[in-house]
Design a protein around this ligand. Structure first.
Ligand code: PRT
Ligand code: ZN
Length: 291
């Protein structure tokens, strides 16, 4: 599959946990993506970008080999495949942990106790690296799916698997033990892309949009009203990222304040703002923030 129309080629997971979030992020970047159901390739209408839909396991290698120029995939898959690619951005979604889990009845107090144990996993490369770093020799049993049932089948003592909510572990009577690798979705690129001036410029332009979406996700737009006499007190409380905007209202005694704040700050200042005299508080999402 080698397509040469000069467009930047982006590989995205065809059907899985990262598909929807990858496409949502691309849409937030302003890309016009038409209905992609069951299609292998979609050309973005307003940017020189082709989206190729693949199984996530194939994405690192396809990017390494240049079949796709860039890709969105879990860092766990990137590390496991050991592909020679560049990680351009950490995208903040698809977060999960690869960790050692043990039967609820088992006690595992130190990493050293993994010595000589049988550990089932779909991530033998990452696990082996972790064990080597800790100078531990253990028996890695490679299983491609349903790793969590290995201990109850007597196939392994422990498992090393991806966990997000922990519900799968619980329903298999397993509990979390040591973390092995923290993962999230990443944008990867082919190592030789910088030699293609046109495509590299397209990548830079795409990264600028992604950065604006990532910054916007971390920020909110706060609007509120207050009286002239409370203005200074209210301003002291607002952890604005830049100098807030202050606008007079029709009622000459009142002003409106607009400010961009970190998303995680609002609930810790909301009460204080009201006590200081703020009213009509509005907190709005920001789609893009050009930094
Ligand atoms: O078909 P294809 O090969 O493309 O997809 P896939 O089935 O191999 O992958 P998919 O769609 O399941 O996951 C894609 C990526 O999402 C992974 O590579 C991770 O980077 C990320 N991710 C985030 C997860 C999870 N959360 C996750 N919870 N991948 C898998 N799981 C599984 C885990 O293996 C375990 O079976 O979910 C179960 C545990 O979930 P909890 O919530 O019960 O703890
Ligand atoms: Zn897969």
């Amino acid at each position: 599959m080698k397509l040469e129309n000069g467009n930047l080629k982006l590989a995205v997971q065809k059907k899985g946990r990262l598909t929807e979030k990858s496409l949502a992020m691309l849409k937030d970047c302003g890309f016009d993506i038409e209905n992609y159901n069951e299609r292998l390739l979609v050309t973005v209408k307003n940017f020189s970008l082709d989206i190729i839909f693949l199984r996530d396991d194939d994405i690192p290698e396809y990017v390494q080999d240049g079949v796709a120029d860039i890709g969105i995939v879990g860092n766990n898959v990137v590390q496991e495949k050991g592909a020679k690619i560049e990680i351009c951005r950490y995208l903040g979604f698809g977060k999960c942990n690869l960790l050692i889990a043990v039967p609820e009845s088992a006690e595992l107090n130190s990493v050293q106790e993994l010595k000589g144990k049988k550990i089932a996993t779909s991530y033998p490369v990452i696990l082996k690296k972790y064990l080597n770093e800790n100078n531990i020799e253990a028996n890695i049993i490679e299983i491609s799916g349903s790793v969590e049932i290995a201990p109850s089948l007597g196939v392994a003592d422990y498992i090393c698997d991806i966990v997000s909510t922990g519900n799968t572990l619980k329903s298999n009577k397993l509990k979390k033990s040591f973390p092995v690798f923290e993962s999230q979705a990443v944008l990867i690129s082919n190592n030789n892309l910088r030699n293609d001036e046109i495509k590299f410029d397209l990548l830079k332009s795409l990264l600028k949009r992604i950065d604006s979406v990532l910054s916007a996700e971390k920020s909110n737009y706060l609007m509120l009203n207050t009286s002239q006499s409370s203005l200074n007190e209210v301003l002291k409380i607002i952890p604005a990222l830049k100098s807030p905007t202050i606008m007079p209202l029709a009622d000459g005694e009142m002003v409106a304040i607009h400010a961009v704040i970190s998303s995680d700050k609002f609930w810790s200042i909301e009460d204080k703002l009201k006590i200081a005299g703020a009213s009509g508080l509005l907190l709005l999402p920001i789609n893009n923030m050009i930094v």
